[in-house]
Design a protein around this ligand. Structure first.
Ligand code: GAP
Length: 423
């Protein structure tokens, strides 16, 4: 399996991910997405939105504000219950989440049994608003979820949803993590893509809906190319569950640093709507009840990281990202066979201008053609189009496939159709 060092190096070298504010020494727990990283993330989010909203009839979207009235976080239980137990090594004074300590050995200095008693540490990030003192303390949202619950009534009143239905959202969340790490796996600022699915308060319906969404979500990762044997479910034990969850499973990925949470599927019951004192009146029967919620909550950054890790392959002569075509940042690259022949470059620019209207397209005329192919393989570009002397004679180009490295000659008139079918 690829090492994290190689992934981090590739991400920096090719413009996927950089350390945040690097010229000032960086800042732990924050990362910036470069020109290719932002494309990858946008593609992941677009695929998710398509699957969770556009292909369904029972889910609507939302984009709630990051900062909310702090009463939301008191009601939701996060002010009191969103905590990690923190311990400190008495030898080296490093701090860790208690549940991350194995066999009571300090992961930093290796001393055994030298930990302080655990202290409770709230993960909510505080910020201060206003121009006059004292400023008002508010929180950056610790999960994007609460924006859905506080808008539940608005959505019921303003759209044609009927229970069972879902509200989906993608957005930034912030957690004061004690130990951010493993590159973008655990960060302080990150993005979530979540569905809150509202059902009647019924045990059987809850079990079936929970199972349905577990299968839907693991199926989505597989449909976008993640190897099945690198995915598994992990059930949360009673003492591992978040304060809001009646039942919880993680979808885990076999990362270079071990099996790690990709996405959580939670049965939140009536916890949230109950705490916000929200009820639902069935428009047909007049019954009033507090709906239950089944939630799917994935991290966009973790998805980007694991899609990269899973796609990375080293072959004899090249590094290739065999990432799903729909997720690849560039869909196609265009090269003139020789950069110093103006007739090839001019023709190539015309093909490039044509393709750019339909696909995110790269242009490269540096170095030799073999190097250009390998440079595109390393960033996962599915197709490379080369303009050669035959192009000038008969208006055909070669199209090279990233995975098989085979080339086909295609008429320029047919090129958009050809690529659209393959993509
Ligand atoms: N609303 C439920 C919720 O937030 P969670 O299991 O705490 O549940 C859901 O988080 C997902 O958000 C995780 O599976 C992970 O993909 C992502 N996530 C959570 N904390 C993260 C962090 N510090 N850095 C990056 N991603 C994180």
């Amino acid at each position: 399996m690829v090492s994290m060092d190689k992934i981090v190096a590739l991400c920096k070298r090719r413009g996927f991910i950089y350390p945040s504010s690097e010229i000032y020494g960086g800042i732990a727990g924050f990362w910036d997405y470069g020109p290719l990283g932002v494309e990858l993330k946008n593609n992941i989010k677009r695929e998710w939105w398509k699957k969770m909203i556009y292909e369904r009839e029972d889910v609507v979207g939302l984009d709630a504000a990051i900062v909310m009235n702090p009463k939301v976080w008191e009601a939701s239980g996060h002010v009191q219950g969103f905590i990690d137990p923190l311990v400190e090594c008495k030898s080296c004074h490093s701090r860790f989440r208690e549940d991350k300590i194995i066999d009571n050995i300090c992961p930093n200095c290796g001393e055994k049994d030298r930990f302080t008693e655990p202290k409770k540490f709230n993960l909510l990030t505080e910020v201060y608003l206003g121009v006059t003192e004292p400023k008002a303390k508010v929180y950056l949202r610790g999960e994007i979820t609460q924006g859905v619950f506080v808008n539940f009534q608005n959505i019921v009143n303003s759209s044609r949803v009927k229970i069972p239905f879902g509200i989906a959202q993608i957005g930034k969340a912030f957690r004061n993590e004690i130990t951010p790490g493993n590159f973008t796996y655990r960060t302080i600022e990150f993005e979530q893509m979540e569905l809150e699915y509202f059902i009647r308060p019924d045990v059987k319906e809850a079990e079936e809906t929970f199972e349905y969404w577990r299968q839907q979500r693991i199926g989505w990762y597989k449909s976008l190319g993640i190897r099945s044997e690198f995915l598994r479910f992990k059930k949360h034990a009673d003492d591992e569950r978040a304060h809001y969850a009646r039942a919880a499973y993680d979808i885990e990925y076999k990362a270079p640093f071990g099996w790690s949470e990709f996405e959580g599927i939670h049965h939140r019951g009536d916890w949230d709507l109950g705490r916000h004192k929200l009820k639902h009146k069935d428009p047909e029967t007049g019954d009033e009840y507090t709906p239950w919620v089944i939630e799917t909550s994935g991290g966009v950054d973790r998805a980007a990281l694991f899609f990269l890790v899973d796609a990375y392959q080293e072959e004899e002569k090249r590094i290739v990202l065999k990432i799903h075509k729909r997720l690849a940042p560039y869909k196609v690259a265009v090269f003139p066979l020789l950069a110093n022949k103006s007739e090839l470059v001019d023709k190539g620019k015309k093909v490039y201008a044509l393709l750019k209207l339909s696909f995110f397209t790269a242009w490269d005329d540096r170095g030799n053609i073999g190097k250009r192919y390998f440079a595109q393989d390393e960033i996962g570009t599915p197709f490379c189009v080369t303009i050669d002397y035959e192009t000038l004679k008969n208006d055909t180009v070669t199209v090279r496939d990233r995975d098989s490295m085979k080339q086909e000659r295609v008429n320029i008139d047919q090129l958009i159709n050809y690529l659209q079918n393959k993509l």
